[in-house]
Write a protein that binds this ligand. Structure first.
Ligand code: ZN
Length: 243
C-alpha cells in the first residue's frame, strides 16, 4: 500500500483506547482489512460517521509497519435508517456477520461487496420483507462462494425431481434429496425439511433475482439457508439468533 484509496463498508467497529475505534472493513479489491480509526470518538471528529457499522464510503487507508489506519473518508451511504428500526437492524447485522466470517485479507471480494450493499439498500430504502432479503442474500452468497445449491436433481442418486415431490434439502451435499435416498441415510445425516414453495422461491430468485420474483416473500426458506451457509463457513454465527 502504503497509501490507498478504496471503497469499503464497515463490518465491525469496536471502541479502542480513549478516542479510537478498531474497524473491520470489507473492500472490493482487497477483501477484509482491519484498520484503526484514530481520534474518531473525539467531539466533532470528521471520522465519526466513517467508524460506524454499515458505513459505506471511499476510505483513505495508510499502512505503516504492518498496521493500517483510516486517514479520511467520503461517506457514500451510512444506511442510517437501519439504526432506527431494531427489526431491520438484526437482519442487517446478520448479513455483516456472514461477510465477516467469509472475507479473507487480500482476496478480491467485489461480488460479496456488491451483494452486501445491494441487500442493505433493499432493507433500508426499498422496504422489502427482511426475511426474504436475507434469504436471497444467503442464497446468492452461496452461489458466489462456489456452493450454489443443486435444485433440479437428487444430490445422491441424480434423479430429476419435480417440485411437488420435494421434502428434504441435504445440507452436506448441498441440494435436493429424494425420499428414497433420505430413507437410506443414517439418522446423523443433515437433512433439512424443504417445501415445494420454498424450492420454487430459491429457483426463481437464482434465475430472476429477488426484485423480480413473483414468489411470495413468506416462502423464503431463511432457516434452511442459514443452516446451509453456516455449515459451509464452519461457523455458528451468534447474530443468527436474532432473526
Ligand atoms: Zn435420490
Amino acid at each position: 500500500m502504503p497509501q490507498l484509496k478504496t471503497a469499503a463498508i464497515v463490518l465491525r467497529s469496536a471502541d479502542y483506547r480513549e478516542y479510537d475505534r478498531m474497524l473491520t472493513l470489507l473492500t472490493p479489491g482487497g477483501g477484509r482489512v482491519d484498520a484503526v480509526c484514530r481520534g474518531c470518538r473525539r467531539p466533532k471528529s470528521p471520522l465519526l460517521a466513517a467508524s460506524e457499522c454499515f458505513c459505506e464510503g471511499e476510505y483513505m487507508l495508510y499502512e505503516n509497519r504492518g498496521r493500517t489506519s483510516v486517514t479520511a473518508c467520503a461517506v457514500t451511504d451510512s444506511f442510517y435508517p437501519l439504526r432506527e428500526d431494531y427489526d431491520l437492524l438484526r437482519y442487517a447485522a446478520y448479513m455483516l456477520a456472514v461477510c465477516e466470517a467469509a472475507a479473507q485479507p487480500g482476496l478480491p471480494s467485489l461480488d460479496l461487496f456488491t451483494l452486501l450493499t445491494r441487500s442493505l439498500s433493499r432493507l433500508t430504502y426499498l422496504h422489502m420483507e427482511p426475511k426474504s432479503v436475507t434469504a436471497a442474500f444467503l442464497l446468492l452468497f452461496s452461489a458466489a462462494s462456489g456452493y450454489r445449491p443443486r435444485l433440479s436433481e437428487c444430490v445422491r442418486c441424480s434423479r430429476i425431481l419435480p417440485a411437488e415431490e420435494i421434502r428434504h434439502f441435504d445440507i452436506e451435499e448441498g441440494g435436493l434429496c429424494c425420499a428414497e435416498c433420505a430413507r437410506a441415510l443414517p439418522h446423523t445425516a443433515q437433512l433439512y425439511p424443504l417445501t415445494s414453495s420454498g424450492l420454487c422461491w430459491m429457483r426463481d430468485v437464482l434465475r430472476r433475482g429477488i426484485e423480480k420474483t413473483d414468489c411470495p416473500p413468506e416462502d423464503a426458506p431463511l432457516s434452511l439457508l442459514k443452516t446451509y451457509v453456516e455449515s459451509r463457513l464452519e461457523k455458528k454465527l451468534p447474530a443468527s439468533r436474532g432473526i
